[in-house]
Design a protein around this ligand. Structure first.
Ligand code: CTP
Length: 397
């Protein structure tokens, strides 16, 4: 929670500025006081009236506004807050900061401040990838400036790639982490993620199309809220999150052992796409072609990790969250799965090929709890993760 915390929010000139209005609401819901600063370019995207209506205070806009200087000088303004947040942080603002320019109110505040600064960059993908921006970012990191995002995805300009501003809840989580105020502080959470690889022989295996992106995003979002995360991952395509305990496994059986070894935990999130079967007698010799015909593989069932942990009597986590990846009758299958496995929540999604969800960057989920089904709009996997982490924090509070 952020009660008693004071955030100075600088809104730069980018289309993502509209998300900053939601950010203000989220911060105020959590008890933060928000003092807004709108750059000239920011005013082209959101109006001072909407910003002051949402913050409940006057918007600071101009360095040479004498009224403001009389009431509160820019030096004082830059130091009164617990944290300076720049969202969206444009390429131009980042360039000014990296070079110590101070030619408007926002850049002057950023140069004059002695409080920590968090940037939420947002810009066109080419601008983000330009060596100049990357250089500026490295300089800013070296200066101790924290960043959240940018995320990859479809951009307002029609292009695709990194450059999209982090979602408001991700920014809130980064703010809380920065202020040591994360609602999951002191909670230990297990997350399983990625596919499993079931060997056929030492060089071949059976796998599935899971990239591990959703589980990784969930682990990152939980850690950002202050949780101690034990991340048990199969061989994923995406790099593991920072700031979590990583336990890398290959098979479902190894994942089962690692998950049990992580107990007790306050919550378990089972996002892994675990193979249902393994090949019996997968030895340490490579199968060779033979004149006697094709190899006959026989399968045995893998342990059901979610079900086993949900039905434990000792050390059953107070909150167990499973996933249901379905290709048809999603709601019916997922509701039945929740009962069959004995978990508390199921995050259901449609992974039929037409959705592009399996291995893709977006997800459209329905959260099934004891209270019923709650359909969430299609959004980036990072945004799904932030929202789920937020729900878990509320449940464990
Ligand atoms: N799961 C697990 N261990 C397994 C299989 C699945 O922990 N051996 C978990 C997954 O991590 C997920 C949930 O169970 O949270 C549902 O996975 P899914 O593959 O959709 O379900 P299955 O149990 O395989 O059921 P079905 O074959 O009926 O789809």
């Amino acid at each position: 929670m952020l009660s008693g915390k004071h955030i100075l929010l600088i809104i730069g000139g980018g289309i993502a500025a509209y998300k900053s209005l939601d950010l203000i609401r989220r911060l105020r819901e959590r008890g933060a006081r928000v003092t807004p600063v709108l750059t000239r370019a920011g005013e082209e995207f959101v109006t001072p009236l909407s910003v002051s209506a949402l913050t409940g205070v006057k918007v600071f806009r101009d360095l040479f506004d004498l009224g403001d200087e009389a009431e509160m000088g820019h030096i004082q303004l830059s130091r009164a807050a617990d944290l300076l947040v720049v969202a969206p942080a444009t390429a131009d603002l980042m360039a000014k900061m990296a070079h110590g320019a101070a030619n408007d109110l926002a850049s002057t505040l950023l140069l004059a401040t002695d409080t920590p600064v968090l940037l939420a960059p947002a810009m066109n993908v080419r601008m983000w990838q330009h060596p100049a921006t990357q250089r500026n970012m490295a300089t800013l990191r070296g200066d101790g400036i924290a960043m959240v995002g940018p995320n990859a995805g479809d951009m307002a300009c029609g292009e695709f790639g990194p450059g999209r501003m982090a979602e408001p809840l991700e920014i809130v989580a980064a703010i809380e982490a920065r202020l040591g105020a994360g609602p999951l502080k002191g909670k230990r959470i297990l997350v399983t993620s990625g596919p499993t690889h079931e060997p056929i022989d030492p060089v071949r295996y059976i796998a599935n199309r899971s990239s591990g992106a959703q589980g990784t995003a969930i682990a990152r979002a939980l850690a950002a809220l202050g949780a101690e995360v034990v991340f048990v991952t199969g061989p994923a395509d995406v790099p593991p999150p920072e700031g979590v305990q990583i336990i890398a496994v290959q098979t479902a059986q190894e994942m089962m052992q690692a998950a049990e070894a992580a107990l007790p935990v306050d919550a378990g999130v089972f996002a892994a796409a675990v193979a249902d079967w393994h090949v019996v007698g997968a030895g340490d010799r490579k199968l060779k072609k033979s004149k006697d015909g094709l190899p006959a593989l026989s399968f045995a069932e893998n342990p059901d990790i979610l079900k086993t942990i949900s039905q434990r009597t000792e050390h059953r986590p107070p909150l167990v969250v499973g996933f249901a990846a379905e290709t048809n009758d999603v709601l019916a299958h997922a509701t039945a799965k929740r009962a069959r496995k004995g978990c508390d929540w199921i995050v259901a999604n449609d992974v039929s090929p037409g959705t592009g969800i399996m291995g893709g960057r977006e997800n459209a989920v329905t959260l099934i709890t004891e209270a019923g089904a709650e359909e969430w709009p299609r959004m980036g996997k990072d945004a799904v993760a932030a929202r789920l982490a937020d729900r878990i924090a509320a449940e464990l509070a």
